[in-house]
Every structure is written in structure tokens, then in C-alpha cells.
Design a binder for this molecule. Structure first.
Ligand code: ATP
Length: 378
């Protein structure tokens, strides 16, 4: 009898795993393939890492039929899951039987760094297959599955898609997708908002929103603001930006804000005011600081709160930004939010002036306030 051993975190198991295991089972006529989820200490559990029992359940749903069998041996053993110990246990359990260790190409690349790698090689035949289409891995002593057509998916991709509220049935199958949904795996407090943003923003703006949320959270950590509040404001700051202008204007009016003459003549600032109104009236956001951070993220204003400054700066330096000067902006924000703001304001104000476009008085107030504080503009 030949036994296949397929270990992994399986967080969650996906169709890429299933295809690999099936391909090896066929290639070596394996009568039994043990799917072995690794133990992960309970204190390491995060919204991103499902507990052992749930990972086992998902493996059973995906690897439901012979020759597959889901084994809890590593989970029952606890502690760090060393492949060599699993192989030794199986050798003792199935004396004289050939063991085939199934791995993807990424695992094969790191195999020599595994604990007692030389013993692993003695105890089993290592079998590897590509994870990327058209890329054959370097054999490194393993039996390669030739002409293997992988499904290019990873558990990380699956978790990310769930976080965005996307359906993952196509990559994990119906049963695992249902289990993920029922147990609300891989979601966090913002999943619902990300889902909403997907309906309101195009791909470019959606990515920008995620990047600004990350940047705002990071700046909040650095400057002692609430990272959750900052992340939330960053995530939703452009919620109305892709809406048609008349919809933006209507939202502002519905929110009870009266546009000034300069604002009426400058639709580019509407989305920030409409965003504030949307958060307050449609989403029921009551946090006044979050609301004003969204409201003033484009123009700035005098007497900004810490959160307002953070969102303003995050919008300029988020990971998706590529303009000339973004690196300088990022460096400035490492030591001073005001210096970063001044840089951003100077950039925007001079750019608008050069094009003879309207400058919102709030931006001028904000710029002047920082200059006065610095004492450099007299
Ligand atoms: P993560 O994205 O969380 O790192 P993963 O998708 O790599 O997870 P693991 O549970 O770490 O999944 O992988 C278990 C085993 O399955 C490893 O040997 C890995 O190389 C292999 N594997 C994972 N995804 C694929 C795939 N799409 N095609 C072939 N092999 C895969």
C-alpha cells in the first residue's frame, strides 16, 4: 500500500489543494491520502486564522471521499507541527509501507530549511507540483508532477476575497463556502463596509480606499489617535466619489449642508461633503470626529483635530499614490503631521493657482494657520 501525506494549514482548504492531492493520488495509485491540518496554538488565533476544529471540518467537507482521509494527528499532538515527527509516527503505524509527501512548489523551495530535512528525505518520497501555470519547479530531489495544470489560488487569496464580501464558491466549492459563511470566518468589523464600497466605487477608487484606510491606521498608531477610528474614516472617506455629481449635490442638500458660492462653483470638493452626509444620514455614523475627518479630507481647514489631519495626510501618502514628491510626503509624515500637511497644501494650492482654478477658503485658512504657527511666513 502506498500512503500519501498532505499537510497544510488549510485555512481554508481550497480547490487548488484538492486538485494537487487528486493528481498525486492518480499518478501513484495511492490507496490512502492523509490530509493533515497543522496545529496552531489557540493564542495565535485571529479573525484570519480559523480554529483547528473548523479547519478539520472544512477539510472533511472538501476531501470527503476515498482515498482521502482527514487526520487530526498533528492537532492532537499539539505544539509545533514537525513533518518529520508526523512521518516517524506514520512509519511506526504502517510499517513497510511507502510514504509520499505531497507538497506545492513553494514548500519544495523551503524544504531544506525544515526541521531535520535530511531525515524527512529518508522517510518518504517527496512529490511536488507547480502552483503557477506554465512554471515547472526545480526538482530538488523531489518527484515532479509533469504537465500539471494548477489552480492558481491560495488560502490567502480566499481569505482576502471573503474580507471583501466576495463569493468564493468557485475556489473552495459549495460546502466549504457555506461553512465559511455560516461561521463568519475571515471577516472583521469592516467586511460589511467593504462590501458596500464594492457597490459604490470602481476598482481604482476601491483600492485607493483600502490603501488610505491602512495608511490612516498606521498614522494613528504613530501619532496616538485611535487606529480603529482612523481606519474606518480612511475606508469610507471617498464613498461618494464615484457617484454622479448631481447625486453628490443631492446628498449634501439632504444632509442639511448649504453650499457656499465657491463650493457651488467647485464640484471637485462635493464628494467630501456628500461623503460626510452619507455616513451620517445613510449609515448612521454618529462619531463627530470621523464625520468631520471625511468632510474636510479634501480641503483641510483651520483648527483641525488629530484625526482630521491624519486622514488628510493619509490621502496624500497611501501606498497607491505615485506622484512626484510622494516619497518626500512619506518622509515628512514620519516626524510631523503639520509639515506633511503644509507640503500637501502648498502642492495643491499652487497647482490650483497655476491652473487658475478656485481654491477653497478652508485650504487657505489651513495653510495660513500652519505658516503662522511655524512663524516662517512673515
Ligand atoms: P496560505 O495562502 O495561507 O499560505 P496556502 O494556499 O499556501 O495557504 P497551505 O495550507 O499553506 O495553503 O498549503 C498546503 C499545501 O498545499 C502546501 O504544500 C502548498 O504548497 C500546497 N498548495 C497550496 N495551494 C496550492 C495550489 N493552488 N496548487 C498546488 N498546491 C498548492
Amino acid at each position: 500500500m502506498a500512503i500519501g501525506i498532505f499537510g497544510g494549514t488549510f485555512n481554508p482548504p481550497h480547490l487548488g489543494h484538492l486538485r494537487l492531492a487528486r493528481a498525486f493520488a492518480a499518478r501513484f495509485s495511492l490507496t490512502r491520502v492523509l490530509v493533515i491540518p497543522t496545529f496552531v496554538p489557540p493564542h495565535k488565533l485571529t479573525p484570519d486564522l480559523a480554529d483547528a476544529a473548523t479547519r478539520v471540518r472544512m477539510c472533511r467537507l472538501l476531501f470527503g471521499e476515498a482515498p482521502f482521509e482527514v487526520s487530526t494527528m498533528e492537532i492532537d499532538r499539539g505544539g509545533r507541527s514537525y513533518t518529520v515527527e508526523t512521518l516517524e509516527t506514520l512509519h511506526a503505524q504502517y510499517p513497510g509501507e511507502a510514504l509520499f509527501l505531497l507538497v506545492g512548489s513553494d514548500m519544495l523551495e523551503t524544504l531544506d530549511t525544515w526541521y531535520r530535512a535530511a531525515d524527512i528525505r529518508k522517510l518518504c518520497t517527496i512529490c511536488a507540483a507547480a502552483r503557477e501555470k506554465g512554471k515547472s519547479p526545480d526538482a530538488n530531489g523531489a518527484v515532479l508532477l509533469e504537465d500539471y495544470d494548477p489552480i492558481e489560488v491560495s488560502s490567502t487569496d480566499v481569505r482576502e476575497r471573503v474580507r471583501l464580501g466576495q463569493d468564493v464558491t468557485d475556489v473552495v466549492g459549495e460546502a466549504v463556502a457555506a461553512c465559511i459563511a455560516e461561521n463568519r470566518l475571515y471577516t472583521d468589523a469592516y467586511t460589511g463596509y467593504r462590501k458596500l464600497l464594492r457597490t459604490k466605487l470602481g476598482d481604482y477608487r476601491l483600492r485607493h480606499s483600502f490603501c488610505v484606510a491602512d495608511a490612516a491606521g498606521m498614522l494613528a498608531e504613530r501619532y496616538g489617535a485611535d487606529p480603529e477610528e482612523a481606519y474606518f474614516a480612511g475606508l469610507l472617506h471617498d464613498v461618494m466619489k464615484d457617484a454622479p455629481r448631481d447625486e453628490q449635490k443631492e446628498m449634501i442638500e439632504r444632509g442639511g449642508t448649504v453650499l457656499t458660492e465657491t463650493e457651488l462653483a467647485n464640484p471637485k470638493v462635493w464628494h467630501a461633503m456628500a461623503g460626510e452626509a452619507y455616513l451620517r444620514t445613510e449609515l448612521g455614523v454618529a462619531d463627530a470626529d470621523v464625520l468631520s475627518a471625511v468632510r474636510y479630507h479634501t480641503t483641510g481647514r483651520a483648527k483641525m483635530s488629530l484625526l482630521e489631519k491624519i486622514l488628510y495626510v493619509a490621502d496624500y501618502l497611501s501606498a497607491d499614490r505615485e506622484y512626484d514628491g510622494v516619497e518626500r510626503m512619506r518622509r515628512l509624515a514620519e516626524s510631523s503631521l503639520e509639515e506633511a500637511m503644509l507640503f500637501g497644501l502648498s502642492f495643491t494650492i499652487s497647482d490650483l493657482a497655476q491652473k487658475e482654478q478656485i481654491i477653497h477658503p478652508d485650504s487657505v485658512d489651513c495653510y495660513n494657520e500652519i505658516c503662522l504657527k511655524k512663524g516662517t511666513c512673515i
